[in-house]
Design a protein around this ligand. Sequence first.
Ligand code: 9YT
Length: 131
Amino acid sequence: MKIVRVGDIIGTEREVHGPGWTSRRMLLKKDGMGFSFHETIIPAGGELNLWYKYHLEAVYCVAGNGTITDKATGETHDISDGTLYALDKHDQHTLRGGTEDMRLICAFNPPVTGQEVHDEDGAYLPDTSED
Ligand code: 9YT
């Protein structure tokens, strides 16, 4: 069994920052669960254009607020505590922070390996390492 406390991750290599987001990677590929599990903070007013071409992602909001726009349909959905979105079709999307920092719990399949940041399309590159 593993016990992971986010307080022990802050300020380590498992806390990764990008423009408009901070990700605390609580479980990575090397933890052997078959998915990675992150706490992500999107600051109020932030905007991210994302497109996880090589990953599926489920995101559960536990604090704050914001919106997600599905670029395929143009639809925008409110996000607040208790909302989950699942990018089951590698959906191209825009995530916007609202009036309060959003705290999101994210699971990636396949798992991220550690230091991934978004490419120009908003993707994380696929993991090509041998298991
Ligand atoms: C919600 C989202 O995709 N934010 C970008 C960071 C990502 N969740 C991560 O690496 O934790």
